[in-house]
Write a protein that binds this ligand. Structure first.
Ligand SMILES: C[S@@+](CC[C@H](N)C(=O)[O-])C[C@H]1O[C@@H](n2cnc3c(N)ncnc32)[C@H](O)[C@@H]1O
Length: 253
């Protein structure tokens, strides 16, 4: 072999090795990729078959359920006025009621924030129409409605002091995206009040997918950067859980 051709051969061999490495990199097995956020299973009764952090999301309650949502028994079953008292609101607070439905909680919160407001957010316009009708009847000026999307509350960034979700979070089809948009909408130090039927209590006679354990709820809130502040045990069948957006957090979780 001509000794002058040796460097050329070495250069070609090294280029070949680089190419092989690049091809191997591109064809790496899927196992090395991040796990998907959601998985699917055979849907259970009232379930969607979509699983987030080990929990199957529940089907959405339709607007035909307005009368059920407004049933008088809720006064003793869910103590709504005690709930509002425990929200520790200031008169100027901006509160977002996410998954507000017919506004059962919206209209009980509004008097507690006379210089602030309550934004009732829902994905069903028919629910928000009920809120608007009731708002006009009551002549309230501090209640607004906001039509959200299944994966976005549409809340303005950094404007909300407190978010409340009552019997709603478990039916969000995109819980991570919803919570991400909620965290974005909160002011630094803003709070999330999450109320769900107690999943770990077999005496609570509610369909399993419409209940949540505290452990599960805390894990899902932590996944978007919220801190668990405390859980208050004054409700007959539900957890009243308080979370906070860290004061120093940027607007994105
Ligand atoms: C069981 S109702 C509860 C209504 C109200 N919070 C109450 O306690 O009376 C749940 C509500 O959550 C709403 N919802 C479901 N997914 C939603 C989402 N991604 N964003 C906003 N609202 C949602 C439904 O449309 C429904 O009105």
């Amino acid at each position: 072999m001509n000794p002058r051709s040796l460097p050329t051969l070495l250069a070609l061999a090294s280029a070949g090795l680089c190419l092989a490495a690049a091809v191997a990199q591109e064809t790496k097995p899927a196992a090395a990729e991040a796990a998907p956020r959601y998985t699917t299973k055979e849907p259970s009764r009232d379930g969607t078959g979509k699983v987030y952090m080990g929990r199957e999301t529940a089907q959405v309650v339709g607007h035909g359920a307005v009368r059920w949502l407004e049933r008088p028994e809720r006064e003793r079953e869910e103590l709504p006025l005690e709930v509002v008292k425990n929200m520790d609101l200031r008169p100027t607070d901006v509160v977002a009621d996410i998954g507000a439905g017919s506004g059962y909680f919206t209209f009980r919160i509004a008097p507690a924030v006379p210089q602030g407001k309550v934004i009732a957010v829902d994905i069903q316009q028919a629910m928000l129409d009920v809120v608007t009708e009731r708002q006009k009847e009551a002549g309230l000026t501090n209640v607004e409605t906001l039509l959200g999307q299944i994966d976005d509350t549409k809340l303005p960034a950094g404007q909300v002091d407190a978010v409340i979700m009552v019997d709603a979070y478990h039916e969000f089809s995109h819980p991570w995206e919803m919570m991400t948009s909620i965290v974005r909408g909160l002011k630094p130090g803003g709070r999330v009040i999450l109320i769900e039927y107690r999943g770990e209590d077999p005496t609570v006679a509610i369909k399993p997918l419409h209940k949540m354990t505290q452990r599960q709820a805390i894990a899902e809130m932590r996944a978007v950067g919220l801190e668990h502040v405390e859980t208050r045990d004054f409700l007959p069948s539900q957890h009243f859980m308080i979370f906070r957006k860290p004061a120093a957090a940027a607007s994105q979780p």
